[in-house]
Write a protein that binds this ligand. Structure first.
Ligand code: SAM
Ligand code: ZN
Length: 267
């Protein structure tokens, strides 16, 4: 089944050789790294949207060290339980989770607005359809997807509803209240707990919450991993530079990660 949609005319795209084409002769070549750019100029608001190359690299360093493996495994096992065919990962970033999710499904599409992230992701797994695109106009056909995932990424509700099959699922991962609390205390004068429940109320008009799980992971960080963790979060630019520098001097740092997984079902 062809899942991708032409971002110009909204017809389905078909792959021949290394080019995706619609019946109206719009065409999109697969880049040599193995991804396709469906982020057309009509839908673009900035020249280099999404995460910066620095934060993409930092995330790759940190995730490859395995610190968030408990979350990756928990997400994979939720997907296994759902027994689905087509998965769309929105805001796939450099692909750490998408890569692991692919093995559980028939077709897996990873989409992110940051080209540099998708370029890095595409090297991980040739079986994923890696796409540069925007959540504002998901480059995916109506009612073709069994599960949308959004891990720490935007949740474009109307577009998600459009691409999901009836009664299909949406899996959201977001920081739990105490996520990286000690690190935030070191970086900011005042620390507010995260409020994951706000996603449940935001989605409640169109989705039922069918499952939730709190995942906790104690992190024992060396200096390199600590720096990478700071660089891959918004704290990198939100914290005062002197606070950030002081924290980055630490040779070791202990902090708890805590994630909320929500599984919703479209009504
Ligand atoms: C915090 S990162 C999470 C990446 C990945 N899911 C992970 O957990 O490692 C958020 C991602 O959302 C992407 N993003 C932001 N706005 C987007 C949009 N409008 N459409 C698609 N992706 C977007 C960013 O480029 C970034 O890669
Ligand atoms: Zn077209």
């Amino acid at each position: 089944m062809n899942l991708l949609m032409c971002p110009v005319c909204r017809e389905q795209l078909k792959l021949t050789e290394r080019t995706w084409r619609c019946d109206n002769q719009h065409s999109y070549d697969v880049a040599k790294q193995g991804y396709v750019n469906l982020h057309v100029v009509q839908h673009k608001h900035s020249k280099q949207p999404g995460d910066t190359p620095e934060s993409v690299q930092a995330r790759r360093t940190f995730l490859t060290a395995g610190h968030y493996a408990p979350l990756q495994q928990a997400v994979v096992s939720k997907i296994r339980q759902l027994r689905i065919e087509n998965l769309l990962d929105i805001g796939c970033g450099e692909g750490y989770y998408t890569n692991a999710m692919q093995a559980e499904v028939m077709q897996c599409v990873g989409v992110d607005i940051a080209k540099n992230a998708v370029q890095v992701a595409a090297k991980l797994n040739k079986l994923v359809t890696w796409v540069v695109g925007t959540g504002a106009v998901l480059p995916v056909r109506d009612e073709t997807i069994d599960l949308c995932t959004s891990l720490f990424s935007p949740i474009p509700q109307a577009e998600i509803l459009r691409v999901l099959k009836p009664q299909a699922h949406l899996l959201v991962v977001t920081p739990a209240a105490q996520h990286l609390y000690a690190m935030r205390e070191a970086l900011f004068e005042e620390v507010q707990p995260h409020e994951p429940e706000k996603f449940v109320s935001q989605l409640s008009a169109e989705f039922n919450l069918v499952d939730e799980q709190l995942i906790q992971a104690p992190l024992h960080l060396n200096q390199e991993d600590l720096k990478a963790l700071i660089a891959m979060t918004p704290y990198a630019y939100k914290a005062k530079p002197e606070k950030r520098l002081a924290l980055e001097q630490q040779a070791q740092f202990e902090v708890n990660a805590a994630f909320q997984i929500y599984v919703f079902q479209k009504r």
